[in-house]
Design a protein. Sequence first.
Length: 211
Amino acid sequence: MLNRRNFQLLFSSLFVAPLLALPLWATAADLTPEVMVNQVTTDVMQTIRSDKSYAGDVAKIAIVVEQKIMPHVNFRRMTAAAVGPAWNKATPEQQLQIQDEFKTLLIRIYSGALSQINNQTVSVRSPRYSPEDSEVIIRTEVRGNGDPLQLDYRLEKASGQGLGWKIINFNVVGVWMMETYRGQFAKIVNADGIDGLIASLKERNKSNLKK
């Protein structure tokens, strides 16, 4: 049953799923944010369920995530939001290390959760935004065997022609995930500084590789 606990486990796969591939007749730059989320969700959920080679192969899925997901994410902004005020105190070298380790962490989490997708479907709720808005929230519902659960995306209109919309945060059953990470990271930075955060992320990534 798709309950709250199971949904927390699957949140990253459902964040990943809408971005794995775009229909051949459209690019991300051509689509409004809600159409992009809706079309690619349908396409990718069908792809995952129809290709049994993805099942349980986290390493294979990680390659897909790296190649297909990350180009649709403003990862520097996402990392800065997760680190919070300490981000501006980090050197450029430290920022790059944090970004690389955080990216590795999320790819591993997303890939592991993506391998567990089965019968979930995602429906996009009617969006409310103005054409001139540079940031929007697209609200969706995840449906499985239990009650519908909330999964929302915050997207920004990327600077530059043809770049389309980029994801900068996502909300799982009422919790914005970058704010959740910010609280975790702040405790580490307060105790051990920026280098302590980098070391903590590296250690967690090493631990994840053993699983």
